[in-house]
Ligand binder design. Sequence first.
Ligand SMILES: *Cc1c(COP(=O)(O)O)cnc(C)c1O
Length: 403
Amino acid sequence: MVKHMSENDDARLGTLCVWGGETEKNFWLGAVEVPVVNSVTFGYKDVDKWLAVAKGLQAGHIYSRNTNPTVAVFEEKMRRLEKAEAATSFSTGMAAISNTFFALLSAGDRVVSITDTYGGVSKIFLEFFPRFGIKVTLCKTEDYDAIEREVEKGCKLLYLESPTNPTLKIVDIRRLANFAHKFGSIVAVDNTFATPINQRPIELGADLVIHSATKFLSGHSDAMGGVVCGKKELVDKIFHFREINGASLNPVAAYMLIRGIKTLHLRVSRQNDNAMQIAKFLESHPMVEKVFYPGLPSHKYHEVARRQMSGFGGILSFQLKGGFEAVRLFLPRLRYAHLAANLGSVETITGPPATTSHVECSPEEREALGIPESLIRYSVGIEDVKDLIADLEQALDYLKTAI
Ligand SMILES: *Cc1c(COP(=O)(O)O)cnc(C)c1O
């Protein structure tokens, strides 16, 4: 007889990746894997019971835009991993972020955030917020004092991301969350790059944690999704906005994400190890100008990263000598990397910010954000690191002769 885990049981992360959300479920016909329930609606012979479920007085499902059994397992798994009171899911990471904003903010509210948020998020801030009368102030990502000064002036939401894309800047989550709470602000953190294996923002004081599940949680570049975990009172509001507005997660994608998360702890610990070795190798190569990786002691906020992360993650970036021409020559030489925009997959994926994270910016805007044109973002896969290093080495050695 399997001993069922209780709500408060403190199973470790590796166990929660596999079992989270799945121990107390009584799956159809004794299936041991989560069934994909594609049914859009759920029928009731007893009208009183139907009414009770519809009113939320009894457990059950009515319509899959609101809730769905497969999707619910994904949400519960993520809730457990992020140590949150509640979780709700979305069709994409951007849906998770935009629904959070529009569920919690009203005209006249003010948001404080950082200049290095994900490209789509800064688009929402700068392109859409003005139309809804929501104000936003963006601070330099690593100027914690400046962020505090802006929070002190009053804001409804402090929105953070750490590590950031593509230069792996680190935000001091505990310090800023504590400060913001003194002034009554809600604190949300995009934890996509770190994953709950490497960083748990709720333990550091955040109210909400957001993921693009498309990245490491899926882990195989074959499913899109998003999730918000955190305080029940806030997640309920965000769920309500989503159930009406309809950016719901598809049950097939939910199943792919559940399957992906079962190996999250294995993949991420391998990616942490691979990335560390690759960062050290790159730092020692004469054709590399600079390496950005929070695990390197040369990283400006390495100490903050050490304090708040239990691993430094699978993403690094590096600047080549020789400008964008070097990028153009270098990338096609790589054998074990997709040149593509996604990240967090079992395969190594790489590309310059000009075609990936900051495709919508001009070269001048990228420069203003401190993103050099010769930068390459490298999302390390789970391959044998010796092959990845040999691959990088032959491409860098070629640059020596070609530049
Ligand atoms: C990809 C990404 C998003 C957006 O997620 P989608 O699933 O592509 O909508 C948000 N934040 C970060 C940090 C990301 O990398």
